[in-house]
Unconditional design. Structure first.
Length: 390
């Protein structure tokens, strides 16, 4: 990148501060923008990630007095050749002063919660007055998957079932700190509690990234909990009542937002995904929002027509008029006997008739059919088929 490219960048505008902003104002603006645009808060959002890199780059220059002076000179004197590349690193948001970690942990255990703990550490270590959350502190909980098997009727009407889940939760032994009982984590010296560190490319400008030593937590555990091995997380089993909506299909995954693993350091919980299996029905089937059923009819009912009774999924019966000359496989529609939809309407029941041919005939039936054949004449029902095939 050319000198002009560096000089043309308006880092003050990127952070939303004036050119005579004090270091405290720059630090405050960077933390706010980093927290709002951090990739952990916007997974998969390329725009937020780009914005986060821009504010990190701006902060790495403006938070360092030497770099800021050279940057200001480059902005005003570039035409006269006054731009100089700054050398050395310098980490944005470097902290000063000590932190009473034990007091913070006592406050968290007394009711403040560990969700705000890392924000306390980050703020107090930097000497920044009122508590603010670290941009790297909060972490979204993991998504959890479960499976349920329901009946055909429950899939059509909807139901509530208990789902057994195994997910990550705060370790009960260390209460999520990751440290052995009687001990507390220490502020990471590499990133000084911020959870981020700055690496330089060619000694020019710094790029913020997750701290390699504390993995973004801002804390390091010297004496880890024996139960969770210092992770602060443990497996948790619980049963949750989940509402399965009407009309769910076999193999469908249902998302329940915020019912997955709890977040870490005040982060949001993950989501629960429930894979639904539907047991087949002995009589009924499914086609989109319609219930299907195949009903046998006799030869004379199909030929002469008549009124038949058809079973429904609810257990009742409906009458269906079969017109004379109904062919095998014809489908009729019974309104409002299908699947409940989200908009409050209901699908239909599709009734397909299957003409039954008697396997055996008594003398009277045989004589009647022979008389029917004679009355039909010698017309070949397959004549048109052969004509189309030739």
């Amino acid at each position: 990148m050319s000198m002009k490219d560096w000089a043309d960048k308006d880092y003050y505008k990127t952070l939303g501060v004036s050119k005579d902003a004090k270091p405290e104002e720059i630090k405050k603006a960077f933390r706010k923008l980093a927290r709002e645009n951090h990739p952990d808060q916007h997974p998969g959002d390329a725009a937020a990630e780009k914005r986060f890199k821009e504010v990190s780059e701006a902060n790495s220059v403006l938070s360092d007095p030497k770099k800021r002076k050279e940057y200001d000179e480059a902005r005003s004197l570039f035409g006269g050749g006054g731009f100089r590349f700054p050398r050395g690193g310098g980490q944005p948001g470097a902290t000063q002063g000590g932190v009473n970690v034990e007091d913070l942990f006592r406050n968290a255990q007394a009711g403040g919660g560990f969700g705000d703990l890392f924000g306390d550490l980050f703020t107090q270590a930097s000497g920044a007055g009122p508590r603010r959350s670290s941009a790297r502190g909060a972490r979204r909980g993991a998504d959890v998957e479960g499976e349920v098997t329901i009946s055909f009727n429950d899939a059509v009407d909807g139901t509530t079932v208990g789902v057994q889940m195994v997910s990550d939760a705060a370790c009960a032994a260390c209460r999520g700190t990751g440290a052995k009982a009687g001990t507390v984590p220490e502020v990471c010296l590499t990133c000084q509690g911020s959870g981020v560190q700055t690496s330089t490319s060619g000694g020019v400008f710094g790029v913020s990234e997750t701290c390699h030593d504390c993995k973004g937590r801002g804390l390091v555990v010297k004496d880890p909990c024996e139960v969770c091995n210092g992770s602060g997380r443990a497996k948790s089993q619980r049963t949750m009542q989940v509402r399965i909506p009407a009309g769910v299909t076999d193999g469908q995954r249902i998302r329940i937002k915020g019912k997955g693993s709890p977040g870490e350091n005040g982060g949001p919980a993950g989501d629960l995904y429930v894979l639904v299996h539907v047991r087949p029905h002995k009589v009924f089937g499914r086609k989109d929002d319609h219930v299907t059923v195949t009903v046998p009819v006799s030869f004379d009912e199909a030929a002469l027509g008549g009124e038949i009774e058809v079973p429904t999924l609810k257990g009742g019966r409906v009458k269906l008029r079969i017109p004379a000359g109904t062919p095998n496989g014809r489908t009729f529609r019974v309104r409002g006997k299908g699947v409940h939809r989200k908009d409050g309407t209901t699908g239909d029941q599709l009734v397909t008739v299957e003409v039954q041919v008697p396997a055996t005939l008594d003398d009277a039936t045989r004589s009647a059919l022979e008389a029917f054949r004679a009355a039909q004449g010698a017309a070949d029902p397959r004549a048109e088929l052969f004509r189309d095939a030739s």
